[in-house]
Design a protein around this ligand. Structure first.
Ligand code: NAP
Length: 277
């Protein structure tokens, strides 16, 4: 398979190659293949991909809130460029979207048939990307995931472990619930989805859910770090972008193609072991 990856050097993008062993890749980073530049359309077509995996995004949720023009430029209009390129090339397209398309008011996890209603600019701009994909692509998969962590880049797991090693006490938010997802698991799920003709929308996250506080307790336990962790609230943090109180994802669509996500506690255990090896 010939695979064009946008955001190839990001947290998820850098895990994709391993999940598609034996394929030929175009690894698109921002410098040589900026998705906001219409030239990306020709770059995609010239590579003659069978599959485009679009992971590139402006992912800093708080900065998106204050730089909304940039958020929509990258996440919505940039996605339009990628969709046009993939369609012109006759390739399948996978777009990675987010749990933040939901408002978090439900007590239940959200499935693919739940109604969207983003409460921050990042979520709105990613939903804008979904709309372009639906209108411009014929063979697409929209894959929503949540709370990503992996070896590359910044993420909650690395931040908590670093703080825990430096400070005596940690304060972690206990009023946001979601499904932590190891990017290695997500890349494997993407690879299985991409090999089907079962187009459409998928929720692909770790199995089960927890709060950030519960997630922090679990990783400190696994790392055998004994520090006091205090539960705190989102209002105490007072960040620019509101977050949904519940953005846990569950999937009806994955079951149709025989995929069962791994439970988040199993995945974080493997990640910690991978980090040590
Ligand atoms: N992180 C999460 O918890 C989470 C949760 C749900 C969904 N998602 C979605 O999952 C996908 C992957 O997330 P991630 O955590 O891997 O993100 P990431 O580590 O921030 O990687 C995103 C990549 O996109 C690149 N990029 C940004 N603007 C670009 C542009 N204009 N043209 C080309 N490339 C550009 C970035 O390059 P630079 O480093 O040079 O800016 C970066 O390499 C994203 O679509 C995100 O919306 C993430």
């Amino acid at each position: 398979m010939r695979i064009f990856i946008t955001g190839a050097f990001g947290q998820l993008g850098s895990e994709i190659e391993q999940a598609f062993e034996g394929s030929d890749f175009f690894l698109g980073g921002r410098s040589e293949s900026d998705i906001t530049d219409q030239g990306i359309i020709k770059t995609i077509v010239d590579f003659r991909p069978d599959l485009v995996i679009h992971t590139a995004a402006f992912t800093d949720v708080d900065v998106c809130e204050v730089k909304s023009d940039k958020a929509f430029k990258v996440n919505a209009f940039g996605t339009r460029n990628v969709a046009v390129g993939a369609e012109k090339a006759g390739a399948k397209l996978i777009y990675i979207s987010t749990d933040y398309v939901f408002d978090g008011k439900s007590d239940e996890p959200y499935d693919e048939f739940s109604g969207t209603n983003p409460i921050n600019v990042y979520g709105m701009s990613k939903l804008g990307g979904e709309e372009f994909i639906k209108h411009l692509s014929r063979r697409f998969f929209i894959v929503r995931s949540s709370w990503l962590y992996g070896k590359t880049g910044k993420n909650f797991v690395k931040t908590i472990l670093n703080i825990a090693r430096e400070k005596d006490e940690l304060r972690v938010v206990n009023d946001q619930r979601g499904a932590p997802t190891y990017v290695k698991d997500l890349a494997e799920m993407i690879s299985k989805i991409a090999r089907t003709e079962a187009y459409g929308l998928y929720h692909a996250s770790g199995g089960g859910y927890c709060t950030w506080y519960e997630f922090a307790l679990e990783m400190l336990h696994l790392a055998d770090i004994k520090k006091e962790v205090m539960p705190t609230s989102s209002s105490e943090l007072n960040r620019p972008a509101p977050r949904p109180a519940n953005s846990a994802l569950t999937s009806i669509a994955l079951k149709q193609i025989g995929i069962e996500p791994r439970q988040w506690k199993e995945a974080i255990k493997e990640f910690m072991a991978d980090m040590e090896s």
